[in-house]
Design a protein around this ligand. Structure first.
Ligand code: COA
Length: 237
């Protein structure tokens, strides 16, 4: 089933607690009106909240967003060069789920311009994870992102290549393969994490890297394809 393309919450970026408070109340009212499909399409557990910028687009077909505590911010929080700081209108977030689930495990922010596209899959994002603008998460089986992760702008995570390929007359070589991003990872700007990859806890992925193989915990990787640069690396938010 397709619910409203646009979630009709109002206002853009509550500056200050009062506006935030009002904003959430509007979001709650919108929920009560059924616009978010609370209970049917969106489950809020343990006092969870969802706050969606009015420019965002959410499509749910036989799908659910399940928020387990904390606040799921969609296009509300903005950061590094997301536009609004410079008076540029921020671009919308897009969540599109078909026969899929999106699990949010605590406070999670998708900055403006993020896109999560899930078909017959499951995406999980851990608490206190920030995903900067322009990031695309494409999932056809499973993408799991840990807690306390920071994604820079325009990161791509995908568990599927989009087009099957292989020797003529035989089965495709490439099939969807789950991606696991451990807790506390920092993914640099325009990096890509491709199908079948597991990033260990605290991994650092340099800007523009294309990660095609598993990365050990606390490793720093860079390049195309991503190679180990340093081990036992720690970063600070
Ligand atoms: C990951 C990063 C922080 C590492 O910085 P650093 O510790 O100063 O790394 P160094 O400059 O010492 O580089 C170490 C090696 O990795 C290489 N390297 C570093 N970044 C690279 C990259 N993005 N792509 C390819 N190689 C890279 C360097 O050339 C160097 O190789 P060498 O030893 O052969 O000369 C940095 O490279 C980076 O990607 N910064 C951008 C992060 C970002 O996107 N921030 C957005 C805000 S969230």
């Amino acid at each position: 089933m397709r619910i409203r393309d646009n979630i009709a919450t109002r206002g853009w970026i509550g500056k200050g607690r009062l506006i935030s408070f009002l904003y959430y109340q509007v979001a709650r009212l919108a929920s009560a009106w059924g616009q978010l499909g609370i209970g049917k399409h969106v489950e809020l557990h343990h006092g969870a909240r969802i706050a969606v910028n009015h420019r965002s687009r959410i499509k749910l077909e036989h799908s659910k967003i399940i928020v387990h505590g904390g606040t799921f911010r969609v296009g509300i929080t903005h950061g590094y060069f997301d536009g609004s700081g410079q008076g540029v209108p921020p671009s919308a977030c897009q969540l599109s789920l078909v026969n899929s689930d999106l699990h949010i495990l605590g406070d999670v922010s998708l900055y403006p311009g993020c896109c999560i596209d899930v078909r017959d899959g499951k995406v999980t994002i851990g608490g206190n994870t920030l995903i900067n603008g322009g990031t695309h998460i494409l999932c056809k089986r499973s993408v799991s992102i840990g807690s306390d992760c920071h994604f820079a702008r325009e990161v791509v995570v995908r568990d599927d290549d989009g087009h099957p390929h292989g020797p003529a007359g035989s089965e495709p070589l490439n099939t969807p393969d789950p991606v696991v991003i451990g807790d506390g990872c920092w993914i640099g700007q325009r990096a890509m994490v491709l199908k079948g990859v597991t990033l260990g806890t605290g991994t650092i992925v340099a800007a523009g890297a294309v990660v095609t193989h598993d990365v050990a915990a606390h490793a720093l990787v860079a390049g195309i394809p991503a190679r180990l640069v340093r081990e036992n690396e720690i970063w600070r938010p």
